[in-house]
Design a protein around this ligand. Structure first.
Ligand code: ATP
Length: 134
């Protein structure tokens, strides 16, 4: 029986994180799920939201913009379009993205792709929540 598992978060650009951890909590599309060492193989779509993991008695947070999670052989692989560790999130940028998305939804709703603006707003809000939690 293993006592830890590997967490890897990857985006098309880079490996955001690759660490041995004790627990992963992830924003599954149908609700949060948790992964402990020796978990059965598992695949899930992810929602836009915050992922957390525990390592050496500390809890760490990261933002994930949806994507997929795969659990296999004591490894959790997160594949996302974009993701950042909490400490790498630029708060000003997220606030500006939030304002832009709100403006598009409230003022120019008939001229813009509302689904896209809604997703941008969800990403900005989730980034700010991750920073608050960290
Ligand atoms: P923005 O409008 O500010 O670009 P976005 O939600 O459209 O925000 P994404 O498409 O999710 O951005 O990501 C594009 C790239 O920018 C990714 O590499 C992502 O990690 C990075 N990124 C976006 N917002 C932030 C932020 N607030 N802090 C740090 N990195 C960010």
């Amino acid at each position: 029986m293993e006592k830890s598992l590997q967490l890897e978060i990857v985006t098309p650009d880079k490996v955001v994180l690759s660490e041995q951890v004790d627990y992963v909590g992830a924003p599954g599309y149908e609700g949060e799920f948790g992964v402990l060492p020796n978990h059965i193989p598992f695949l899930s779509a992810l929602a836009i939201g915050s992922l957390y993991y525990k390592a050496n008695g500390k809890t760490h947070y990261a933002f994930v913009s949806g994507g997929f999670a795969e659990v296999s052989d004591n490894k959790v692989t997160i594949l996302a379009e974009s993701a950042e560790r909490a400490e790498d999130i630029d708060i000003e940028r997220a606030r500006k993205a939030q304002e832009r998305a709100k403006e598009r939804l409230n003022v120019q709703r008939d001229k813009v792709d509302a689904t896209r603006a809604e997703a941008a707003l969800q990403r900005a809000l989730a980034r700010l929540r991750v920073r608050d939690a960290a």
